[in-house]
Structure formats: structure tokens, C-alpha cells
Design a binder for this molecule. Structure first.
Ligand code: TXA
Ligand code: MG
Length: 366
């Protein structure tokens, strides 16, 4: 537990109180930590060009010292202070900015000399994001400095999508927590690396490879289904990918396959686990939740199976609620890909530490 006297300040995103924002901006300028909502998840922010303030983010989260932070801006005018990229990389950055910013896209580009090395854990690149959330934009603009901000959860826990989640994790650790309501997207931004020879999505988000390919040629996506299998001698391109992540306290197991095989398999597992004395949770969809009712388990739906945005906005909240109810094991149905579906599966997959049970006939691999 931290020992700061954390202030909680409510701000209405549709009627922003300028005095409250000015106060929070002052905290940022003097080197303090402010938790604020973005359209994806809440972040815990500090002045990105103050190395000591940046250091305190790592301490507040218990974050490993080799997992770099994203720098948030509120105007493309701030880009020259953050990145020194030139030539083709610069041209691509501005093309992406034009199409996707403000919005849930982080671009990895060459780091400017003015950005302290600890922001990027010594890498010569930096993650840059221009969020669309009104409160995030106001805070950055009034602070007048770029804001380094990872998600405002304790390291390894599910990302916060509501102020109550931030309060759970960051009371006593941050100077201010802005309560700005629920986030819209619910999963973190797409991380897109344009600094290397090959442009790649390092972390899937609401902006998909398909979306990016409308603007750039020759981009691909790293195979996140094997984040733990990366060659031992090879540094992962996105350092954050190597950590077990987004984890509730409960064990998470994913079941993949056709619906009836998945349901059968989960029902069998419920019986077994309950017999062993465990408290069981099931993460289902609106279409499948009926099969698990009356089994003496905690069942939550992520929403409709064909609405990946709804699933994204519910995922982290559902994981935290299972924890709140003292569930020991979470049996989760795999979700369809497409749209934000890959981002949701990526987070679920990492919460499960890669444990997927294939049910029925093995799905075709392409
Ligand atoms: O939606 C979001 O991106 C949220 C909100 C608060 O903006 N932020 C967020 O930050 O998710 P964080 O720190 O939880 O995740 C940042 C991810 C990590 O996987 C990190 O490894 C990667 O971005 N990253 C940051 N800088 C990088 C760099 N220079 N090279 C490669 N990966 C980088
Ligand atoms: Mg995070």
C-alpha cells in the first residue's frame, strides 16, 4: 500500500470543470501522478519529460523496469517534442495520425532526445498516443506537457475501465484519481510499430490490421498466441508481451470449439471443480449463458457473441467482478475473431496464461 493522500475528483466529460482540470494539470507539472480516463482504459499519468516523475509511475504500479510506457499527446503539434523520426517513418506517422488520431492507436516511432530514456526503458523508440477522451485531452492540453501513462492497474491485474477499479488499485499510490465514468472501448489501444524494417501490430486493439492496411502497405501482426514461446535469445519486440497479464486472482481456462462441445465440456468441468470444493465462475455470452444457469456457479455474459465491441467493454469489469465474488477458477468460452474480437481474445488468452482447451473436433488451422 502506498502512503499518499489520494484525492478523488469527479469530472463530467460532457461538461468539463476547467478549475478541476487546472488543479490536476498543476499536479502533473509538479511531478505528481494523476489517474485519468481515456477512451480505452484508465491511465496513471506523469509528466513524460520529467525522469523522476516517470520513475514514480513504475513504483506506483509495481511495474517491471523493462516494460516501456506510452506517451500521450493532445495535438499533433506536440509530436516533434516526442519523436525525432524522419523521412518515410515520419511520413507514415503523419498519415496514421491523420486517419486514426485522436483514437485508440499507439504508434512506436523513433524517440526524441528530449524524452527521458526511462520512459522507454532505454529503447531508442517511444510509444505515442493521442487519445480521444475529452478529459484526457483536456488534462494533457492544460498541463502543456506530454503525459507518460500506462494503464492504471497494479502490474499484472486487469486494466481499469471504471474509476472504482482505479480506486481499488491506486488509492495511496497516486496523487489524484479523476472519476470520469466508464471508458468506451474497454481494451487498451492497438500498438503499431513503424520504427523497424517491418511494420507490425505488437498488441491488438479496436483498430485492426485491416484498418491500418487502408493507410499503409506491408504491415503484419505478431503472433500473440505464442507470447511465451519467443526465442530465449531474442528480445521480444513489445516488452509488455512477455508478462502474464490482465490476470484476475482466479485461475482462467479458455474453451474453444463448436458451441455444443464447449458447453458440454464446461459443464463437466464445473461438476468436477465443485466436487473438489472450488468456487467456479463461467464467462459466457448472451447466447450461451442459459446453459450454465442453475449449476450453482457465478455466470457472467460478455454480451452478444457477434458484438466484439460490447465484449471488449465488459471483459475487464467481468474479470474484476469474479475476483470480488471470491471465485477460484474461471471457465471462459473462446470468442469469435474479427473486429475487436482478436483484442478481447488476446487479453483473455493472457489472463489464462495461454491455457486453451480445444473441444470437439480440432478447429481447422489456416
Ligand atoms: O490504451 C492504452 O494504450 C492505455 C491508455 C492508458 O492509453 N495504456 C496502456 O499502457 O495500455 P500500458 O503501459 O499498460 O501498455 C503499453 C504497451 C506495453 O505492452 C508496452 O510493452 C508497449 O505498449 N510499448 C510501449 N512503448 C513501447 C516501445 N517503445 N516499444 C515496444 N513496445 C512498447
Ligand atoms: Mg497495462
Amino acid at each position: 500500500m502506498g502512503n499518499k493522500n489520494t484525492e478523488i475528483i469527479k469530472i463530467d466529460r460532457h461538461d468539463i470543470d476547467g478549475r478541476a482540470v487546472a488543479h490536476c494539470a498543476e499536479v502533473i507539472r509538479r511531478g505528481g501522478l494523476v489517474c485519468f480516463p481515456t477512451e480505452t482504459v484508465y491511465g496513471i499519468g506523469a509528466n513524460a519529460i520529467d525522469a523522476a516523475a516517470v520513475d514514480s509511475i513504475f513504483r506506483a504500479k509495481g511495474r517491471p523496469a523493462d516494460n516501456p510506457l506510452i506517451v500521450h499527446i493532445a495535438d499533433t503539434d506536440m509530436l516533434p517534442g516526442v519523436t525525432s523520426c524522419k523521412g518515410r517513418q515520419r511520413e507514415i506517422l503523419y498519415r496514421l495520425a491523420e486517419r486514426f488520431w485522436p483514437g485508440p492507436l499507439t504508434v512506436i516511432a523513433e524517440r526524441a532526445a528530449g524524452v527521458p530514456a526511462n520512459v522507454s526503458c532505454g529503447l531508442d523508440t517511444v510509444g505515442i498516443r493521442f487519445p480521444s477522451h475529452e478529459i484526457a485531452r483536456a488534462l494533457i492540453a492544460v498541463s502543456g506537457v506530454p503525459i507518460a501513462a500506462p494503464s492504471a492497474n497494479l502490474s499484472g491485474r486487469p486494466s481499469p475501465t471504471r474509476a472504482s477499479h482505479v480506486i481499488e488499485d491506486m488509492m495511496g499510490r497516486a496523487d489524484v484519481i479523476i472519476d470520469g465514468g466508464e471508458c468506451d472501448v474497454g481494451v487498451e489501444s492497438t500498438v503499431f510499430d513503424i520504427a523497424g524494417d517491418k511494420m507490425s501490430i505488437l498488441r491488438p486493439g479496436a483498430i485492426t490490421l485491416e484498418d491500418l492496411c487502408e493507410v499503409v502497405d506491408g504491415a503484419d501482426e505478431v503472433d500473440w498466441r505464442r507470447p511465451f514461446g519467443e526465442g530465449k535469445n531474442e528480445a521480444p519486440r513489445s516488452p509488455g508481451m512477455k508478462y502474464r497479464h490482465y490476470s484476475p486472482k482466479a485461475e482462467v481456462i479458455i474453451y474453444d470449439g463448436d458451441r455444443s462441445s464447449v458447453v458440454k465440456r464446461i459443464l463437466r468441468e464445473i461438476k468436477k471443480r465443485k466436487f473438489e470444493g472450488f468456487s467456479v465462475g463461467v464467462l459466457a455470452t448472451d447466447e450461451s449463458i442459459c446453459y450454465y444457469k442453475g449449476e450453482g456457479t457465478v455466470v457472467q455474459s460478455l454480451g452478444s457473441s457477434d458484438d466484439s465491441l460490447q465484449q471488449a467493454s465488459n471483459l475487464f469489469h467481468c474479470l474484476r467482478r469474479f475476483d470480488g465474488m471470491g471465485v477460484d477458477v474461471i471457465l471462459a468460452e473462446a470468442l469469435p475473431s474479427g473486429g475487436a474480437g482478436d483484442a478481447v481474445m488476446n487479453r483473455l488468452y493472457r489472463a489464462a496464461g495461454g491455457t486453451v482447451v480445444i473441444c470437439g473436433e480440432a478447429p481447422e488451422t489456416t
